[in-house]
Design a binder for this molecule. Structure first.
Ligand SMILES: [Zn+2]
Length: 427
């Protein structure tokens, strides 16, 4: 069994750079004060990960920076500074063994996909003969034939002109591409996008008359009824005094919010709608998003629990998002959302789409089901930034042979493979 203790590497994709100091150079080091507390950020000669890729790190020793960022004790490797320990931002580092775990999961995923291509997609391919009609739903991106770049394909009726035995993007599931033609032109699209966005939960909610705005008081009451192990992180007064602002918005506002990354102005919505770039189109159908102190809920997606999911984001600590990434953060948010919505008082007020964040939540739930971490530990990490114990627990249970960070990073379309690799190891 591979056992890794050396070769920490810089994380090429920390979630967001911290407050930049100087011309585009992020601060990664913090002074260790006499009391072992964390002082102000310092630049005194500590190399940034862009410059230096290898560190020695005391991975069991964690602290928090003044801005809440998780820190680990580290020292520069192979330099005259090597005897000076410093606190460094953990989100800038990948643990040893990240690459080994990552490639294990990718290999497993490739094998699973090959199986899927043989069975599922081979059958699907037969359905797309020449001239077969296809209906493109809103929110699809494709490549304009002989046009070059990715852009939003206008929704509407098209027909198949050609079936190309190639993928147009690495993430593509189907082993072939459709060339379609319609009133708006000719495009290459990935066949899987024709499934469209599943809106059955929103439709069921509307049918049951549940598609109404949720008052903040209802969200607070739900938080209070949560199990004590994590209700403690949801103080009412915080929500009351300085709580998030809830906005019910249109598809177009959601799309524009995805471009400007805050509540967009009317002008920004008009501009984004005219440009229709990929980020705008990707955002159109988002049911909700939390951007700073604003929670945006798509008005067409009421009654499906978006408000609770986004309010949990608002209460969450940045550590899980920055250190374990988007997928793990969504999986954890959804884990607590579903727990909350299962409370007797709430169960009949929403219709939650069980498919949403399916990959992400399965990966997080897997850690609990394998008894690697407890719900209380997950809550402490998510709400309070105590991610250290998650790493320690994972390392004990996998006998140091898998990287939690790589597992977490693969909870998107490779989630099934990540869980299988973990499951095989635990036996
Ligand atoms: Zn979310």
């Amino acid at each position: 069994m591979a056992n890794f203790t050396d070769n920490w590497t810089s994380n090429p994709k920390p979630y967001k750079p911290p407050v930049p100091v100087g011309p585009g150079v992020p601060v990664v080091g913090y002074q260790v004060t006499a009391t072992q507390g964390v002082g102000l950020p310092t630049l005194d000669g500590l190399p940034t990960p862009e410059i230096m890729a290898i560190w020695e790190v005391a991975g069991d020793t964690w602290a928090s920076a003044p801005d809440g960022a998780p820190l680990v004790l580290m020292r520069p490797f192979m330099s005259e500074e090597k005897d000076k320990y410093r606190w460094g931002r953990r989100d800038y580092l990948r643990e040893p063994g990240y690459d080994v775990t990552d490639s294990k999961i990718r290999e497993m995923a490739a094998a699973q996909r090959e199986e899927l291509e043989k069975n599922f997609w081979a059958g699907k391919q037969l359905a797309y003969g020449k001239d077969a009609p296809v209906v493109v739903p809103e929110g699809v991106v494709g490549i304009r034939f002989r046009g070059g770049d990715w852009e939003g394909v206008p929704a509407g009726e098209y027909h198949v002109v050609d079936l190309i035995a190639e993928k147009i993007d690495q993430e593509q599931l189907a082993p072939f591409t459709l060339q379609i033609e319609g009133g708006h032109g000719t495009f290459w699209i990935k066949p899987e996008v024709l499934g469209g966005v599943d809106e059955s939960a929103a439709e069921a909610a509307a049918e049951a008359g549940l598609n109404r705005p949720v008052p903040v008081a209802t969200i607070m009451a739900a938080f209070q009824a949560a199990p004590q192990s994590w209700a403690q992180y949801l103080p009412q007064d915080k929500l009351l005094s300085n709580g998030p602002e809830l906005h019910y918005v249109t598809n177009e506002q959601m799309g524009a919010a995805n471009v400007v990354e805050r509540m967009p102005t009317d002008d920004e919505v008009r501009r984004a709608a005219a440009a229709r770039d990929q980020r705008y189109v990707d955002g159109l159908q988002d049911p909700g998003v939390r951007l700073g102190n604003d929670i945006l809920v798509n008005a067409g997606h009421q009654g499906i629990g978006v408000e609770y999911h986004e309010a949990l984001h608002w209460f969450s600590h940045t550590a899980v998002r920055t250190v374990l990434g988007w997928h793990f953060n969504e999986g954890t948010t959804e884990y607590f959302t579903r727990k909350l919505l299962a409370e007797p008082g709430l169960a009949n007020t929403v219709r939650r789409d069980q498919d949403q964040y399916r990959n992400q939540i399965a990966g997080v739930t897997g850690l609990i089901e394998h008894h690697i971490v407890s719900e209380a530990q997950l809550a402490a990490a998510y709400f309070s930034g105590e991610v250290g114990p998650l790493f320690q627990q994972f390392s004990v249970h996998t006998e140091d042979s898998l990287s939690l960070q790589a597992y977490a990073a693969n909870l998107g379309r490779n989630s099934g493979a990540a869980q299988e690799v973990l499951g095989n190891l635990l036996g």
